[in-house]
Design a protein around this ligand. Sequence first.
Ligand code: ARE
Ligand code: CA
Length: 484
Amino acid sequence: QFDPHNDPDRQAMVHLFEWKWNDIAAECERFLGPKGYAGVQISPPHECIQQYGRPWWERYQPVSYKLVSRSGNEDDFKDMVQRCNAVGVRIYVDVVVNHMTGGGSGQGTGGSSYDTNSESYPGVPYGRNDFNDNNCHSGDGNIDNYQDANQVRNCRLSGLRDLNQGTSYVRGKIQEYFNHLLSLGVAGFRVDAAKHMWPGDLQAIFSGLQVSSDPVHRFNLSVSGSNPFIVQEVIDHGGEPIKNTDYTGLGRVTEFHHCDHINNLFRKRDKLAYTSNWGTGWGMLPDDQALVFVDNHDNQRGDGGGSVITYKEARLYKMAQAFVMAQPYAFPRIMSSYAFDSHDQGPPQDGSGHITSPTINADDSCGGGWVCEHRWRQIYNMVGFRNAAHGAAMSNFWSNGDQQIAFARSGKAFIAINNQGYDLNQNLQTTLSAGSYCDVISGNKENGGCTGKTITVGGDGRAYISIGGSDEDPMVAIHVNAKL
Ligand code: ARE
Ligand code: CA
C-alpha cells in the first residue's frame, strides 16, 4: 500500500484535476509516457450531483459509484486506464467514501436519483441506516470542533451526509467500488477525507483489496506486491488530536507540513541553507510514508489551511518544484490546474456544462484555459532529473548560509538554486563526470545539442555556476541523461 506500482525509472506523479478520461489517455501517450511521469491522480470518477454553475466541488458529493461523470463514462475510463498503463503510466483514483451529498435532491451525473434529507441513494443503494447520524454528538450534526476526534469522524463535514464505515454493509459497498476500479487496472487510490474515517474501518476496507494481475496492465506484481497504492488525505498542520501518523500504518499520507515548509522557505521566512537534512530532519514523515506536493486543488484555492505557492506566482512556483523534485525525499505529486479567478469556478466548459479539452501549443504548453503546470519545461525536466537521480543520495550540499544552495545526487545529478536576490557565482562540486551538460531548466537536450545553457564539468567534477539574482528561473540543473 506504500508502493505506487510505478515503473522504477518514473518517480513522480501528476494530478490532472478535472480532466476528461479521453484527454488523459491522449496525454499519457503523447506526453506523460515520453516525459517519464509515473502516474496520474484523476478526479473522482463516480456519479455525483449536478450543482448549479457546475463548480469543481460537485464531484466531492457522490450519488452512486457508477462510473459516469463529466470526465466520461465507464468505457472511456477503461480505455484511459489501458492506454496509460500501456505506456507505463499508472492511474490513481480519487475516491470519496466518507460521505454522500450535502443538500438537495435530484439526479446525479449517471441518472440515479438522490435525496439528501431522507439519505436515500438508490444507485448504491444506501439508506438512513448506513449513515452516522446516531453516532454524532455535535449540536447541529456537523463537525464544529476539530479538537474532538469523535466529531471529526462521526459528524458531517460541511453538511455532507456521513457514511458509517463501521457496518459490514457499507464496508462491502466501498470494497465493491474499489475492487471494480482495480479490476479495470487502476494502481491505487487517493482516499478523500481519510481523516474523517476511523483508521480501523479503513484497515478493514483496504484488507479486502487486490490490484489486477491482468498482464495487460503490465504491473510487475512479483516485485511490487498486490496491495493497491494508498494515499490518505489527512490534513495535519499540527495542533489537532488526529495526527497523520494515525494513518501511516495503512498507506501513505498527504504531508501538509511539506506545503507549509515549502511556502515558508521560498517566501524567505526560512532558509534554504538549512535544508541539507530535508525530510525527516524537518520533522516530516518517513520517505516511504509521505506523498508531497507544493500545492493541491484545495490549498491552491485557500482551503485546507496555510497559504501556498501556486501557478499564479510562476517564478516562485518553478523554484519550489525544482527543489522538491531534486530532493530525494518522498513520492511527489505535481498539481496540474486550470486557470481560475474565483473559488468555485469549474473547469473550462461549454454552455451546456461539458468540459472542454485542453489545446496544445507548439511549445508544448496548454491553452483553452488549462494551465498544465506539468507541461512547463522547468517542471517536466525536473521530473526527468528526479528519474535520473533515483537511488542516489544527496551529497556535496553547499550554501551561502542563506538563500543560495547547491547539491548533488551523487554521481547522477546536480542542482543550484538562487533565491537570494543577488547573483550566485561559484565553482561547485557536481559529482558528475567531465563533459558538457544541458541545463534542463533553461532548455532541452535536442538532437545532441542544448536549447538552453550549457554547463561544463571539469575532470575534478567541478563546474562554474552563475545564476543572476533576478533571473526568471534562478536555478540550473544537470544530470547524467542531459550529458551532451
Ligand atoms: C460544498 C460547499 C459547502 C457545503 C457542502 C455541502 O462548498 O459550502 O456545505 O458542499 O453541501 C470540496 C470543497 C467543499 C465542498 C465539498 C463537497 O472543498 O467546499 O463543499 O467538496 O462538494 C477539511 C477536510 C478535508 C477536506 C478539506 C476541504 O479535513 O478532508 O476540509 N478536503 C477534501 C477534498 C475537498 C472536498 C472534500 C474533502 C469533501 O480535497 O476538495 O471538499 O469531499 C483545518 C483542518 C482540516 C480541514 C481544513 C478546512 O485545516 O485541519 O481537516 O480540512 O481546516 O476546513
Ligand atoms: Ca466520517
